[in-house]
Write a protein that binds this ligand. Structure first.
Ligand SMILES: [Zn+2]
Length: 97
């Protein structure tokens, strides 16, 4: 019975680590090395990636995107500026008179 409970606990902690990172609470402060900001778990050594701009842990999708950008696979480009809109009465008419 004890073996079954240990196995169940291992499975649950496995999925908890996938969903929430690690289940430990003793973490370092966030620090940045080579353009990657993360905390480190003092119990298991797992790196928990962190946003220095928003001061919160990154979700798995953001971590994957950051690693791809650092590896040069994805170019992160700023959103294009909106085109300048000109009010209709200041526009030249297209009809040649
Ligand atoms: Zn941990």
């Amino acid at each position: 019975m004890k073996t079954v409970l240990n196995c169940l606990q291992a499975v649950l902690s496995f999925f908890a680590e996938i969903l929430f990172g690690c289940s430990h609470s003793r973490l370092t402060r966030p620090f940045t090395i080579e353009a990657e900001t993360y905390k480190v778990c003092l119990d298991c050594g797992k790196q928990i990636y962190y946003s220095a701009q928003e001061m919160r842990p990154l979700n798995p999708w953001e971590v994957r995107r950051m690693k791809a950008a650092n590896a040069g696979e994805v170019k992160v480009m700023p959103a294009p500026a909106m085109p300048q809109l000109v009010p209709a009465r200041e526009r030249e008419p297209n009809i040649a008179a």
